[in-house]
Ligand binder design. Structure first.
Ligand code: IVH
Length: 670
């Protein structure tokens, strides 16, 4: 290879790594996304020219791993212990007293330093570096051995693939940390799953764990995962004396460590931090399930040692989530749009964390069995942050007589078709494509604001249209007449006319909304928009090969398969023919597109007068901009409508440009 190419490749890799740290770890980018993309493209071009020179640590190789059949087991060099919990200040003081006792000949009680960290609610992982290269990453597993998830961890951009060892002569370094999802990223991610007909995750931790255990790293790469590294697991000749020193070192090596980590000079300081975080933790952009308090000096940690399960030099402090006690009045099974059947507890209404709760998801059959929840049971429920209320445990009075254990129905509660549970899945499914419950859910989704946006077509009307047999397919909506609607209950002639007008109007909703509305598995709103922009017509999309589909950014193999399977089915082809015949637009409306906002990152907050948030988002995308959910230093503009939320405060704090609706419109109009 020409020596100049070699040099350039090395320089590009170094530059990109530096920018990765600035962007993903420090939140302080120095260059625009566009400039970054240019560097990456140049590196890709050079590597394509010299394939022999592609190394696994190149920034181009994050999603290089192949999908695998299963994960290999990894025995940890040192066991990954878990932490003992304390739940109140007395218990926490007991922990301190044990530490004092253990160190009584070493140091005065008021001189013991502690490091206080947030206990991130995600999945514990370990990352090994050999001679500066990231060689293996694993889950905690049972603490002794976990699973090798290296390929998936490589896709998390804040995990360095290399660390600069030339400055620090160590051959082996193992660090430990927690992989998690931001609250807002979690909410958005769940919305997309719902729109794509996939079951939602109950909390960010499950979403993180599920994402890390996917067999195809290309899919993991699309999940908004991040990491905080919280300790050195093992390294040759540990050169540090304290945990705090080690953490600072990890930071300087390019690892993402939590900025809220604090070194406390004594127990009193630790105590006041615990008080402070009690309320403040709810304002963090990610979920924490408490604090971790660690004795700072490694020599003292060694002296204190560990039990079989927990270190004696560290403890978790857990704040109680708001809980309430109520009764399970019934357990229902709900049929979703794709036929998945979810058991739901109907509860005696109870007030918790600011609202009345009368239902809680029970997730799936295994979960109910594990907790042995039965109708009539007294249960403790819990609501944490934005998460759906859940049943924590059964709390019957001793001796209370109980109902029978819960049994999943054998038939779909709606259409009585036998249900089945696909291997490896937690959910039972109704396979009857004509199941009225599924049809109702599909129609509801089809008509929803982000899809065909058919006003006045709510659940009550849909129920009657389906139950009376008037609507069996989406296309039947476009054949409805006033005579069909007037007999429906609680639908006056005026409302019926409004509904007909709304149905009529939806014919020109456009391709992107239609693709989304069809409810193809794995295809959410964003993917639908990208597909519409790429293929422009339903015809072209239908005729696209798997390869064509996969070549679209944002479309991975699973989504491509799902699209192909959908369009291969005669029943769906017929439906699209019908929609066309009835005048539904199957081409993308000529949206004004351009690059006025190319590379600019927006956050929307508050209500806009002239358009919905989704319309605003579409207009930004059409001009090459991006919309994200949380404000950071990477945000270029925050568009603030009426009643903006905390995002506006954050924008002011970070000095991000704020646009009101008028200025936003002016910017769009150029
Ligand atoms: S220290 C022996 N620090 O909590 C020390 N753990 O029960 C154990 N976690 O599975 C880990 N944030 O994944 C530590 N700042 C933090 C943490 C943390 C979250 C998780 C960790 C572990 C569990 C401990």
């Amino acid at each position: 290879m020409p020596p100049s190419d070699k040099k350039e490749i090395e320089n590009l890799r170094r530059e990109i790594r530096r920018h990765d740290i600035l962007y993903y770890v420090e939140n302080q980018p120095e260059i625009s996304d566009r400039e970054y993309d240019r560097l990456m493209q140049r590196l890709k071009d050079l590597e394509a020219k010299h394939p022999d020179w592609v190394t696994p640590d190149s920034p181009t190789q994050r999603v290089g791993g192949k999908a695998s059949e299963r994960f290999e087991s990894v025995v940890h060099k040192l066991p990954m212990l878990s932490l003992d919990n304390t739940y109140n200040l007395d218990e926490f003081r007991d922990f301190h007293n044990r530490v004092v006792k253990g160190l009584k000949n070493e140091i005065a009680e008021d001189k013991i330093e502690y490091v206080v960290e947030l206990k991130i609610d995600g999945l514990g992982v370990t990352l090994s570096y050999e001679n500066g290269l990231f060689t293996q990453g694993a889950t905690r597993g049972d603490g002794r051995a976990g699973e090798d998830i290296t390929a998936n961890l490589r896709t998390i951009r804040s995990i360095p693939l290399t660390i600069p060892v030339e400055k620090e002569p160590f051959n082996f370094l193992e660090v430990r940390g927690e992989v998690y999802l931001d609250r807002e990223a979690f909410v958005e991610f769940n919305k997309e799953r719902k729109a794509g007909g996939q079951p939602e995750f109950a909390n960010p931790r499950n979403a993180a764990a599920g994402s890390l255990r996917l067999l195809d790293p290309a899919i993991t790469a699309q999940r908004p995962l991040d990491i905080f590294v919280y300790s050195v697991g093992h390294m040759d000749d540990m050169p540090f004396k304290t945990h705090h020193e080690a953490i600072l070192k990890l930071k300087s090596l390019g690892f993402r460590v939590n900025p809220q980590t604090v070194l406390c000079k004594n127990f009193e300081e630790t105590f006041s931090l615990i008080e402070r975080w009690r309320d403040e933790k709810d304002h963090l952009s990610y979920e924490v399930d408490g604090l971790v308090v660690k004795v700072n000096a490694f020599s003292f940690q060694e002296k204190l040692g560990s039990t079989a399960k927990h270190p004696r030099w560290a403890v978790a402090y857990k704040y109680e989530a708001e809980q309430a006690v109520t009764e399970v009045e019934d357990i229902l099974c709900q049929v979703g749009r794709t036929g998945s059947i979810t058991p739901v507890a109907v509860l005696r209404p109870v007030f918790v964390s600011g609202s009345t709760v009368s239902r809680a998801t029970l997730h799936n059959e295994d979960e109910i069995k594990r907790k042995d929840i039965r109708v009539g049971d007294t249960v403790v429920i819990e609501k944490a942050g934005e998460v759906i209320p859940k049943v924590v445990r059964v709390a019957n009075q001793p001796g209370k007589s109980r109902g029978k254990p819960f049994k999943m129905p054998t038939k779909c509660p709606e259409c009585q078709t036998a249900i089945y549970r696909p291997e490896g899945e937690a959910a039972w499914r109704c396979v009857n494509a004509a199941c009225p419950a599924q049809l109702k859910e599909r129609l509801f989704h089809f008509a929803s604001r982000n899809a065909m946006d058919i006003d006045h077509l709510g659940p009550a009307v849909i129920d009657q249209l389906v139950d009376s047999g008037r609507v069996k397919h989406f296309s039947d909506l476009y054949n409805l007449t006033l005579e069909d609607l007037v007999p429906l209950e609680r639908l006056a002639e005026k409302s019926a006319n409004n509904l007909l007008a709304a149905i009529q109007k939806s014919k020109s909703a456009g391709l992107s909304r239609l693709i989304h509305g069809l409810g193809i598995r794995h295809v959410g709103q964003r993917a639908a928009a990208v597909l519409a922009q790429t293929f422009h017509s339903m015809d072209a999309l239908q005729n696209a090969s798997l390869e064509d589909l996969e070549s679209v950014m944002e479309v991975g193999p699973i989504m491509a398969e799902s699209l192909k399977a959908f369009f291969d089915r005669e029943i769906n082809q017929e439906e699209i023919r019908q929609l066309k015949k009835l005048g539904v637009a199957l081409v993308e409306d000529r949206q004004e597109t351009g690059d006025r906002l190319l590379g600019k990152q927006f956050v929307l907050t508050g209500a806009l007068k002239h358009f919905t948030r989704d319309q605003a988002r579409e207009m930004i995308l059409a001009q090459g901009g991006r919309v994200t959910s949380s404000v950071s230093q990477k945000t270029d503009f925050v568009v603030a409508g009426e009643d903006p939320g905390s995002k506006l405060d954050k924008a002011k704090k970070l000095d991000v440009k704020i646009l009101d609706e008028e200025r936003f419109k002016a910017l769009l109009a150029g």
